[in-house]
Ligand binder design. Structure first.
Ligand code: CTP
Length: 228
């Protein structure tokens, strides 16, 4: 790895980062979602910009402070299918996709076009949403798109390393960051994370607890170390 190639990494690759939850509406006001705030993805996108990358930041409904990264392309989406479409539109050679979002895995089969009344008590059937990482993997295989790096996150509570490693394989990822939800200083809504980076060859390294802001830089530097 030459010094010149490392320095050129941010000119060669662009970064697409997703963050936050998605919402799947049941009726005109009620939805299925999760407590992700988008903080980790926001800081990855911010670090990417500060390190000189061209960054697209695609986020679900997140608090205002995590909704706009200066000097990035900022895209706001609601549902998992919306997020998928925005991601797909930006996949081209030399793209690093970092899926820090927590997209809803299911959506109601039908959305009611009025606010449901208590007495209606409907049976709601949920159908699976597409998996964004898997769909992008299939697309780049089909189109033979070169030099696309797929980076995922795994939020796990039990058998964390085992589940995260199987996600890396199942989703054909180049790298996955395991987020240990069994720790109170890691995961949704807190300012710090305890991450383990797992590589394609299944080797892994546990990082000490750090602020999500610092981890944003460390994550980009780790990617650069492996592919720069
Ligand atoms: N992800 C995705 N598309 C989805 C759901 C998740 O691309 N519809 C991405 C997440 O952004 C994350 C990775 O897949 O980078 C793992 O997400 P996670 O929710 O942990 O995995 P699931 O595939 O939903 O597996 P499970 O719920 O069974 O743990």
């Amino acid at each position: 790895m030459s010094i010149e190639s490392v320095n050129n990494f941010h000119e060669k690759y662009k970064i697409v980062v997703t963050s936050g939850p998605t919402r799947e509406f049941i009726d005109t006001i009620r939805f299925l979602s999760n407590p992700s705030t988008g903080r980790m993805g926001y800081y990855i996108a911010k670090a990417g910009v500060n390190l000189g990358f061209n960054v697209t930041y695609i986020h679900g409904p997140v608090p205002a402070r995590f909704s706009n990264v200066d000097d990035a392309e900022n895209i706001s989406v609601i549902s998992t299918v919306d997020m998928l479409n925005e991601v797909i539109n930006r996949i081209e050679p030399f793209t690093i996709l970092i899926m820090a979002a927590a997209p809803a895995d299911y959506r109601p089969e039908k959305k009611f076009d009025h606010k449901l009344k208590k007495k209606e008590n409907p049976e709601i059937k949920f159908i699976p949403n597409p998996d964004i990482l898997q769909t992008v993997h299939e697309l780049i295989e089909k189109n033979k798109t070169p030099d696309v790096l797929l980076i995922g996150f795994a939020a796990e509570i039990q058998n964390a390393l085992e589940y995260a490693t199987s996600k890396l394989e199942r989703k054909h990822l180049d790298m996955i960051f395991l987020n240990d939800l069994s720790k109170s200083d890691s995961g949704f809504g807190v300012d710090t994370n305890e991450l383990t980076v797992i590589h394609k060859d299944k080797s892994y390294e546990k990082w000490s607890t750090e602020s999500k802001e610092k981890l944003g830089y460390r994550i980009i530097n780790e990617i650069e170390k492996c592919w720069g």
